[in-house]
Design a protein around this ligand. Structure first.
Ligand code: ZN
Length: 432
């Protein structure tokens, strides 16, 4: 797979789309197997009944079939045509019942009469079907046969993890949820971008270690935090990827800390891009940043989305399909995440080795116009002056870029030039 190729990511999503995922079960395992075609995941199984903080790992759910037949014996709703037709985590049922009774188990979207809603019932045992409102209105009185062939038994919760070891044990955590059935933006886009990001990062060497999680939403993140509590202090930055394939602008939701380095890096990278973007403040509702940012952990973990969930009508419906996501949007999300990782990698602190008055740049061939024609190496004179002035061992390169109002990459280029000329050295103690 050529990594920044949106078409390939879209094809990966198309391959995952038919799988009926849930928070547990074989759909998750099959999905992790598919991800393993690109990156070497470690798959963990946590037994049902395990207490994880205030939660309990649920029984494992698997489904083989589900349908509704009318009085003529014709299947009018068929799980094999669309896995959203079954309320996810429905208990097994096989019986005949009149329409009036069946109706209390049917869910539709009157505002979007052609779409099938996505419903779950993870933590209370019940059953139901989802169908288009158009079809619902056509149901005639009479007896119906319902069959939901599922199992809800002791088993395990499955999640995948991939650690790319860097030069230090400090970690960047990147997490996505893997529990939704045939829905593309939420959550297959996050899986595809995460997988490609992991694959691309695995091909280089890095200062940070990168830990990728592929977990069922909420209970998966809680289980991971429970199982890894002593190690979470290694997480220095992180973000959750969710809903990154629609055509809306990129949206970054700040971590609970609000001004963590990851929050500032996303703000910087997005503000310097040519595309529209949004930055929203933290709130305790959303994706798995809720768990990573719970007060007992308070990790610097934000969330990367495009249109925020709930702000597009296709959210949690059959209209969140393969045509709702766009290859270019996937590429834009991936590219932005790569740039953020690149800034994190390079964001260090330096010391000016000639701090008493300005060094004489002319005799080093570094004297250049400020704001005029760019020099051949592309490093603007004003950026050199900012780097020299603020490199006192207290300001990181991101601090300098923010204060000088210029691109991080330009600051980084200026640093390389000044280091080459012996005017700057890295302040090692800044990142121990
Ligand atoms: Zn969702």
């Amino acid at each position: 797979m050529s990594m920044a190729d949106g078409g390939e990511m879209h094809e990966f999503i198309a391959a995952l789309y038919p799988i009926c995922r849930s928070i547990t079960g074989n759909g998750v395992r099959t999905t992790l197997e598919q991800i393993k075609r690109y990156i070497p995941l470690t798959v963990h199984e946590v037994p049902s009944g395990t207490r994880v903080f205030d939660w309990t790992v649920p029984k494992e759910w698997n489904i083989t079939d589900a349908y509704i037949k009318n009085a003529d014996g014709k299947k009018i709703v068929d799980f094999h045509r669309c896995n959203l037709h079954v309320v996810n985590y429905s208990v097994p049922v096989k019986k005949k019942l009149p329409l009036a009774e069946l109706k209390s188990h049917l869910f539709t979207l009157p505002a979007h009469p052609q779409w099938v809603p996505y419903r779950t019932s993870y933590y209370s045992e019940s059953w139901g079907f989802c169908l288009s409102h158009e079809q619902f209105l056509q149901l005639s009185d009479g007896e119906y046969e319902v069959c939901i062939d599922t199992s809800l038994e002791d088993g395990s919760l499955t999640y995948g993890e991939y650690l790319i070891r860097g030069e230090t044990s400090d970690e960047v955590l990147i997490s996505c949820h893997i529990c939704h059935p045939s829905l593309c933006n939420d959550n297959l886009s996050g899986i595809a971008v995460s997988t490609m990001l992991a694959k691309m990062l695995s091909q280089g060497t890095h200062r940070y270690s990168y830990r990728f999680l592929f977990v069922p939403g909420t209970i998966g993140a809680i289980t991971w935090l429970w199982a890894n509590e002593p190690q979470v202090t290694a997480i220095k930055h992180g973000f959750v990827l969710a809903g990154v394939g629609d055509r809306g602008p990129l949206t970054y939701k700040r971590s609970r800390q609000g001004t963590a380095e990851i929050d500032r890096v996303f703000a910087h990278v997005l503000s310097r891009s040519e595309n529209k973007y949004e930055i929203v403040e933290f709130s305790p509702y959303g994706y798995d940043e809720r768990q990573f940012c719970s007060p007992g952990f308070n990790l610097p973990v934000g969330c990367v989305m495009r249109t925020p969930f709930g702000h597009y009508p296709e959210y949690h419906t059959s209209a969140d399909n393969l045509s709702f996501i766009h290859p270019q949007a996937l590429v834009d999300s991936l590219t932005t995440c790569l740039e953020v990782c690149s800034v994190l990698e390079s964001n260090r602190t330096y010391v000016n080795l000639n701090p008493k008055c300005e060094p004489q740049l002319g005799k080093r061939g570094l004297y250049r116009s400020v704001g005029g024609t760019p020099p051949p190496d592309g490093v603007d004179g004003l950026v050199l002056l900012w780097v020299l002035n603020l490199s006192d061992g207290k300001h990181s390169l991101l601090d300098i870029a923010e204060r000088a109002g210029c691109r991080f990459t330009d600051v980084n280029e200026a640093v390389k030039l000044l280091v080459k000329h012996g005017l700057l050295r890295e302040c090692r103690e800044s990142f121990v």
